[in-house]
Design a protein around this ligand. Structure first.
Ligand code: COA
Length: 286
């Protein structure tokens, strides 16, 4: 667990996820040791019916950084995955830094907004956001957001390849993997072709400030009014489950970032945590 100290300012998901990673089907976790000490880690999850690996959790312990350990463990994981899962053709990962002139199939820019507040603060924050939606007349538009009730309903959305490619959603073949995550989904319920889908993760503990909670919201779609509504809907539905200090990370299409940042400003109780930053969502050969 100590490898996560000093990483992401104490908001690393790894200590919480590590144990469930050990039993997750299709998951590989590789650790590197120097002598008896664990010095690096990386994990991969095989998705898309065995054709794609999602790489996550790359860590080098602070004393070993700058010695190319990250390159060594990544090459080892790539080779191991190829051997154990020979059908894997694509590797997906996110990076906060510029990967340089690597050969990529494609990449997408994701904007990340983070918020920090205590659980009581979130109540008034959510009320404030709802008021802003009413004032700007964005709350009762003809596009209500409705919860996705069960797995069958989620399946119907994710197996609609038109919707899934339009909103850049994970494909239907990953339904079992998504189902394991206990996510809460909302969808643009205006009928016809939904323009927006989103989910939040359950809150989970992180080391930040001696012990806090974190949850993540993923927004799929580019319509600003639906994004604002989705954000306040998710925060509203999670607020009864949180206590103490809470960090929220909101991942979205880059075109939404300025409007959502402004939407969240002007509240004393919940504030932007880290500067807005961008992550590159990359696809390349393993
Ligand atoms: C990012 C981190 C793993 C880099 O480890 P490092 O061993 O110090 O990295 P180095 O700069 O010495 O190694 C360079 C190699 O790692 C790769 N690398 C560095 N940062 C990377 C990143 N964020 N993602 C993928 N690869 C990375 C470089 O491309 C290079 O590869 P090459 O040898 O094939 O050319 C380390 O600083 C760390 O643990 N940081 C905190 C956690 C974190 O930010 N993880 C990012 C992924 S979620």
């Amino acid at each position: 667990m100590a490898i996560s100290q000093d990483i992401y300012g104490g908001n690393d998901y790894l200590p919480h996820r590590y144990h469930s990673w050990m039993t997750e089907p299709g998951r590989v976790v590789i650790i590197a040791r120097r002598g008896r000490k664990l010095v690096a880690l990386e994990s991969g999850l095989v998705v898309d019916g065995g054709e794609t690996v999602i790489v996550e959790g790359l860590r080098a312990c602070p004393k070993e950084r700058g010695c190319c350990l990250a390159g060594v463990i990544q090459r080892f994981v790539d080779g191991y995955i190829k051997k154990v899962y020979p059908n894997v053709k694509t590797k997906r990962l996110t990076r906060g830094d510029d990967p340089g002139p690597e050969k990529l199939h494609k990449f997408t820019l994701l904007a990340v907004l983070s918020l920090r507040g205590d659980s009581e603060g979130f109540n008034s924050f959510v009320s404030g956001l709802k008021e802003k939606l009413v004032v700007s007349d964005e709350s009762n538009s003809s596009r209500p957001l409705v919860p996705v009730k069960d797995l069958d309903a989620l399946k119907a959305f994710l197996f609609d390849s038109d919707l899934s490619s339009r909103l850049q959603l994970p494909g239907g073949s990953n339904l079992d993997i998504l189902a394991r995550r206990n996510l809460t989904w909302f969808v643009d319920g205006s009928g016809g072709k939904p323009l927006f889908m989103s989910f939040h993760t359950p809150p989970y503990p992180i080391p930040y400030n001696g012990g806090s909670l974190r949850f993540n919201i993923d927004l799929y779609g580019t319509e600003t009014s639906l994004a604002k509504k989705a954000l306040s809907t998710h925060l509203n539905s999670v607020k009864s489950e949180i206590q103490g200090l809470v960090l929220v990370y909101i991942y979205m299409h880059q075109t939404l970032s300025k409007d959502l940042k402004r939407f969240c400003e002007g509240h004393d109780t919940v504030k932007q945590f880290q500067n807005f930053w961008e992550q590159l969502f990359l696809e390349k050969e393993p």
